[in-house]
Structure formats: C-alpha cells, structure tokens
Design a protein around this ligand. Structure first.
Ligand SMILES: C[S@@+](CC[C@H](N)C(=O)[O-])C[C@H]1O[C@@H](n2cnc3c(N)ncnc32)[C@H](O)[C@@H]1O
Length: 225
C-alpha cells in the first residue's frame, strides 16, 4: 500500500539509519515505508492495543517485510530493542509523546534522531525534548483536508539560549523553519489572536494577552517577510 502524503512527509524528515522504532504504529505505514524505501534496513513497530496490533501484524506480513520488521504488543519504550538508533512518535498528543519518552528515558542513549508529529501541546513537548538533550533540526508544516500537522525531526544537541515568548506559546519549529509551510500557520495564529483580543466575552487579561500575541506575531512576520 502506498503511504499517505503525511507519512511520505514524515519519511522525508529522517536521516537514513540502522534501526527505526515506531511507537504507536497502528496501521504500520511508517515502518513499512521506511523499509520499502531502504531508509532503514530494520524496523520495530510498537503498539499497546490489541485491535491496532492485530491490524499492524497483518499489514507487516502482507508487505512482505516480516523478517525486517519486528512487531511488538507493548507499552511505549518498555520493549525497545537496544539496537534502535531512531524513533518515531506520530499522530499522538504532545503530552502523551513526552510521557512515553520520559518513562523510557533510560533507554534513549542510543537514539540519534526522533521524528514527532504531535497534534497538540507542542511547546510542552519541545520543553521535554530539550530537557532530554535533543534539539529541533528539521521540520515542516503540512495541511491535509483542512487539518494542520507539525512534523519535526529532533537530534542530539542543545538550543543554547532561552526560548522566546512566541516559541513558548507556538513551539520552536514555526520560527526555526518559517519557510517550510509555517508562514501560513503563523498568519492564521495571528488572525485567531486578533479575533480573540476583540471578543468581549473573554476576561480582560486574556484579551490583553491575545492582543500582545497578535502584535508580537505581526512584528515577527513583518521582520521575516
Ligand atoms: C492515532 S494513532 C497514530 C498512528 C500512526 N503513528 C500515525 O501517525 O498515523 C496512535 C496510536 O498510538 C497507539 N498508542 C498510544 N499510546 C501508546 C503507547 N503508550 N505505547 C504504544 N502505542 C501507543 C494507539 O493505540 C494508536 O494506535
């Protein structure tokens, strides 16, 4: 089966590696695509729920990569193979991704890159990834059927400076990778903040906060036009 456009974009973010572990693998498109394209010679697909696990196992068998892809019914990084050098945690909330990484942090030392697609709480996830010794090294903002996705690769490193107020509110990627589709995202966030700042139903302090965000985003977009 051909990977979806979002999975194709996720695959394009990886540096070629030795052994990929995809946590929350579900349909298995990412691991199958990774091995199919020779991006990784081996992969591990991890699922903690029986229904998706059964589907995943069937999809891997059908792909003909049953020897290269290990399928594991387990939680987070509990059964992570110590030879894995790359991780994917995609299609989950940022807080859940951060919790999985935190719980399994003793197993992270061989990991060189982590590709994440968090559909919420990205600034929280940024904070946790930075604390774990990773820094955002590539990212793309991508829309499909009206839904926005922030797809990011993190690698070993340090940011080396405090995050700005905009980065703490919207995440690091939109500012580090402004040209990769993020401009439209930031313009929409500016318009949303502007509408909220005029909403009389909101508490005055919230409206002031949104007014400040609008001005900050406007200034940033102008300076980086
Ligand atoms: C919405 S799906 C995303 C599937 C795929 N990664 C993608 O991006 O298209 C999230 C999957 O993560 C699995 N999951 C959630 N928490 C997990 C955990 N702690 N360990 C392993 N799998 C988990 C869920 O069962 C579900 O199949």
């Amino acid at each position: 089966m051909k990977p979806s456009p979002r999975i194709e974009k996720l695959l394009s973010l990886f540096r070629p590696g030795a052994f990929l572990a995809d946590v929350g693998s579900d349909h298995g498109q990412l691991v199958i695509g990774a091995v199919d394209s020779s991006l990784f010679p081996r992969a591990m697909a991890i699922e903690n729920k029986k229904g998706p696990y059964a589907r995943l196992k069937a999809a891997v068998e059908e792909s003909g990569h049953g020897r290269e892809i290990v399928v594991s019914l387990s939680d987070g990084l509990d059964e992570l193979d110590p030879s894995c050098d790359s991780l994917a945690l995609c299609g989950m909330g940022g807080r859940l991704i951060a919790e999985i990484l935190e719980r399994g942090k003793a197993k992270l030392s061989p990991i060189k890159q982590i590709v994440v697609d968090a559909h919420s709480e990205r600034p929280y996830l940024d904070e946790r990834l930075l604390a774990l010794g990773f820094v955002s090294s590539s990212a793309v903002y991508f829309e499909e059927r009206g839904k926005g996705y922030s797809l990011e690769r993190w690698e070993r490193g340090e940011l080396g400076r405090p995050r700005s107020s905009l980065e703490r509110k919207y995440g690091l990627a939109p500012f580090a990778f402004l040209q990769n589709g993020y401009r439209a995202f930031l313009e929409r966030e500016r318009d949303k903040s502007s509408l909220l700042s005029e909403n009389g139903g909101l508490p005055p302090e919230k409206r002031t906060e949104e007014k400040e965000s609008t001005a900050e985003l406007e200034r940033y977009l102008h300076e980086n036009a």
